[in-house]
Write a protein that binds this ligand. Structure first.
Ligand SMILES: Cc1cc2nc3c(=O)[nH]c(=O)nc-3n(C[C@H](O)[C@H](O)[C@H](O)COP(=O)(O)OP(=O)(O)OC[C@H]3O[C@@H](n4cnc5c(N)ncnc54)[C@H](O)[C@@H]3O)c2cc1C
Ligand code: SF4
Length: 474
């Protein structure tokens, strides 16, 4: 049944051709057909030491669910897969598998293509939704203790689900008007369609998780007020302070922040009124667009601009392709869709005037000595500047934490020199007893799968502490 990797080639689900992709925001990969998923799952070698499992932040029992899919036992596969992951269909779509599970698949190391783990994981849970196996949670016992969760991104939602399973009362606060965090307002539809996120939220509501939206901790309540109200509090607020770019002309109209741009596009997709999009300020149609940065956010911006009908889209990154932080898969997708990459290129000045950007002066870079971070530092090549036309310049240089102690009115909340919330890594508890933290606000900008992992770990610690001290069955 298994070990078919010698006779069967690796195949990923079909990808729409680039011409069709440029025309809309729909996801670009199709789903596996049933026989296809089973055939691909059967390529797994069921090795004794599953490195894929070790390299999955959730420790997913990958060989087991691959075997169950190959045997056609999909309900069992869903049971195993959902035991360790609160959003398998989301991770299956957007984890950078080449750096995680698939990157350490043993059959790849023996010269065969990796098992398509992410695509099979997505397939299992899509079937589960279709068949009605993803049911609301019915806790075996209701506990009186309540947990306040600040942030409805993947970390907060995973924690809410786990805590609800143990019967705690869960109240999720979010300053946005919808739950989902960056899953909804950051990541574009062509990677993750919004229905997929919203049906998770609906299930949590049906399970008794309460959501208080448009509620900003710091503005509408202090942390100490929430501590007084709840038996434990989880901070899962993500990182939202955009890294700046200092160069002449950076204040020119047409220079915009990546997250503002992506959020406007996602809101349009959700049918919201977005005046800054309608005015053209956050719409790339007909424009020469230059995106500065080389991470996943930059890739999402260039590919969004293509779909909005930009005249040209160029990505500037100061190191070379091999040193790019963004996923290789996304760079390849962007290139197929017509994005031009200027490697070893850094912005020097935005041209035009305050009223309108017209272009960008770019310095040509080369890689010099290895710096403290262990990477070769980029340095400018003298006399090699060049100009590009640009009416829209998008800054996508990454994100940092906001000043959490000041924002929350909690100076005693300990943070690292990077501004991330300091936790005990075994329990995710902060310096404040009963206050936990999870996701990007602990790690700095990271990945959805790590947010889920932290949310699960924090909820296990909260559960352990509260059930050890008091059990109240109602
Ligand atoms: C454009 C972009 C693309 C990405 N692509 C990928 C990808 O392909 N794959 C991947 O794995 N990861 C990707 N990531 C990273 C991933 O989205 C994050 O690592 C993940 O969402 C972090 O989860 P989180 O729950 O910690 O925070 P978030 O998802 O940021 O959620 C935090 C929530 O807290 C709320 N909040 C913040 N402050 C307050 C407050 N004071 N009061 C109330 N609520 C508050 C916010 O409104 C938000 O809803 C991407 C990120 C970006 C920006
Ligand atoms: S959660 Fe991510 S890393 Fe883990 S098996 Fe799924 S796709 Fe791979």
């Amino acid at each position: 049944m298994m070990l078919k990797f010698v006779s069967r080639e690796r195949e990923t689900p079909a990808k729409k051709d680039p011409g069709a992709r440029r025309r809309d925001f729909a996801e670009i990969y199709a789903r596996f057909a049933d026989d296809h998923a089973a055939a691909q799952a059967a390529r797994c070698s069921q090795c004794g030491v599953p490195f894929c499992q070790d390299h999955c932040p959730l420790g997913n029992d990958i060989p087991d669910w691959l075997r169950l899919v190959a045997e056609g036992r999909l309900k069992d596969a869903y049971r195993v897969s959902s035991a360790t992951n609160n959003m398998p269909e989301i991770c299956g779509r957007i984890c950078p598998q080449d750096r995680l599970c698939e990157g350490s698949c043993v059959i790849e190391q023996s010269g065969h293509g990796t098992v398509t783990i992410g695509a099979v994981e997505q397939y299992i849970t899509e079937i589960a939704w279709k068949e009605g196996w993803v049911e609301p949670i019915l806790p075996p016992v209701e506990r009186a203790q309540s947990i306040g969760i600040i942030g409805a991104g993947p970390a907060g939602l995973a924690a809410a689900e786990e805590l609800r399973k143990s019967g705690f009362q869960t109240q999720v606060y979010d300053r946005y008007d919808r739950a989902g965090g960056l899953l909804l307002y950051g990541i574009p539809n062509f990677k993750l369609e919004k229905d997929i996120v919203m049906r998770r939220r609906r299930r949590l509501e049906q399970s008794g998780v309460n959501f208080k939206l448009n509620f900003e901790v710091g503005r509408d309540a202090t942390l100490s007020e929430l501590r007084a109200k709840h038996d434990a509090v989880l901070i899962a607020t993500g990182v939202y302070k955009a890294r700046g770019l200092a160069c002449p002309g950076i204040g020119n109209r047409g220079v915009i922040e990546a997250l503002e741009y992506l959020t406007a596009s996602n809101r349009k997709g959700l049918g919201d009124q977005v005046p800054d999009f309608d005015s053209g300020a956050l719409n790339a149609v007909g424009k020469n667009v230059v995106v500065v940065g080389g991470g996943d956010t930059a890739m999402d911006c260039v590919r969004t601009a293509v779909r909005q009908g930009a005249k040209s889209v160029t990505c500037l990154y100061r190191r070379d392709r091999a040193n790019m932080p963004g996923s290789a898969r996304e760079v390849a997708n962007a290139e197929e869709e017509g994005v031009i990459f200027e490697w070893l290129a850094a912005p020097k000045a935005v041209l035009g005037g305050l009223e309108k950007a017209t272009g960008i002066r770019v310095a040509r870079m080369e890689l010099g000595e290895t710096d403290a971070s262990g990477r070769r530092a980029p340095r400018e090549v003298a006399g090699a500047d060049f100009d590009l036309a640009a009416d829209m310049v998008i800054k996508a240089l990454g994100f940092e934490p906001e000043d959490m102690p000041a924002l929350f009115g909690a100076p005693e909340l300990s943070v690292t020199t990077r501004g991330t919330v300091r936790v005990n890594p075994k329990t995710m508890e902060t310096a404040l007893p009963g206050v936990y933290a999870a996701g990007d606000i602990v790690r700095g900008a990271s990945l959805v799968v790590w947010g889920i992992r932290d949310g699960r770990l924090a909820s296990a610690s909260i559960s352990e502490k509260l059930t050890a001290s008091r059990v109240v069955a109602e």
